[in-house]
Design a protein around this ligand. Structure first.
Ligand SMILES: [Zn+2]
Ligand SMILES: [Zn+2]
Length: 341
């Protein structure tokens, strides 16, 4: 089968590869389309120790079940399915508590040594797939996994954030947009999305951000204070991973507010903890999603409540290099670029 290999830094290559076989308890999925994730981009630009040359990346995927391994209900064969690519062990104390995102023994397809979905076929345990209605387009289907991250993130907002909580979101990329959509569905007022790319900022505006701020030309914290009558926001969602964004997401909060940190990029960030303690600011990190979060994102997309397809491009797998290059250089108003084998 054809698969897109990470060949070297900033180079992906289409090669032939043995088709995987579904083992006991597994399904083989014929891939329909796979989104390029920010984490795949980190591998592409040579900044991910867990995505090294030689790997077939890709995890934001869906397709049709092509084969069922031993012990799997044969009725699954031929079904169109969404794929939850985060394979938790199901046995450890975290899994038993429903916290598959912090499973003590998990893996993701398309990371470390596990082949991913920038390929014609991918295999994984049958419990990872959900039947996907025909009404959902390929572009919306690839957004289920990023949306699951946002469901988990927004789920960390404390109940004491108030009846009409306000939020600001740092980043108008895939995860910033996913967070905006989920926050709005949960009744959170998004007073500002902070995004320097004007095309992406325009998408955020269209999806319900009350204002967008350009961090290159505006004093973000002062503007957010102004927009909230000097109060600050209840929730600061950080979907970038830069120190300045993390710091601003705490600084722009009302007393007692919560910064929710999702972005992974720079490892270190300095905080004035005297200020944070005195204002009882909560810093809440968020990682991936539980099975329940994934199901919620799936339901929102399958039920037609979220439609982002017009901002998503699907390129043939052969044009993988162009897709990665575009994301690395200027994605414009594209919320996601996906590859179709
Ligand atoms: Zn992803
Ligand atoms: Zn586990």
């Amino acid at each position: 089968m054809r698969a897109l290999y990470l060949a070297a830094t900033r180079k992906v290559e289409l090669r032939g590869m043995d088709q995987p076989q579904a083992g006991a308890g597994e399904v083989l999925v014929k891939v329909a389309a796979t989104g390029i994730c920010g984490s795949d981009m980190h591998g592409f630009v040579g900044r991910s120790p867990r995505r090294q040359p030689g790997l077939v990346m890709g995890h934001e995927t869906h397709g049709h079940v092509a084969a069922c391994g031993a012990g799997v209900d044969p009725a699954l064969k031929g079904q169109r399915v969404a794929v939850n690519p985060l394979v938790a062990c199901g046995q450890c104390e975290m899994c038993r508590a429903g916290r598959q995102n912090v499973c003590l023994d998990w893996y993701l397809i398309g990371m470390d040594k596990v082949p991913g979905a920038f390929a014609e076929y991918v295999k994984l345990p049958s419990r990872q797939v959900l039947p996907l209605p025909a009404s959902v387009g390929d572009g919306d289907a690839v957004m289920i996994e990023p949306l699951a991250n946002a469901v988990h993130l927004v789920g960390h907002a404390p109940v004491h954030a108030g009846l009409f909580p306000t939020a600001a979101i740092w980043g108008g990329g895939t995860l910033g947009i996913a967070t905006l959509v989920i926050a709005r569905l949960r009744g959170i007022r998004v007073v500002a999305v902070i995004e320097p790319n004007p095309k992406r900022a325009a998408v955020a505006k269209e999806l319900g951000a009350e204002t967008t701020l350009d961090p290159k030309t505006q004093d973000v914290v002062a503007e957010i204070k102004k927009l909230t009558g000097g109060r600050g926001v209840d929730l600061g969602f950080e979907a970038v991973g830069f120190p300045i964004c993390r710091q601003q997401s705490a600084a722009a909060l009302v007393r007692g507010g919560t910064a929710l940190l999702l972005g992974i990029d720079h490892p270190e960030t300095q905080f004035d903890f005297t200020d944070l303690v005195r204002r009882e600011i909560r810093l809440q990190c968020s990682y991936a999603y539980t099975n329940r979060d994934f199901l919620e994102a799936f339901n929102l997309v399958a039920g037609g409540q979220i439609k982002l397809e017009r901002w998503i491009d699907i390129l043939p797998l052969e044009e993988g290099q162009a897709g990665f290059d575009r994301l690395a250089n200027d994605p414009g108003d594209r919320v996601k670029i996906a590859l179709k084998p």
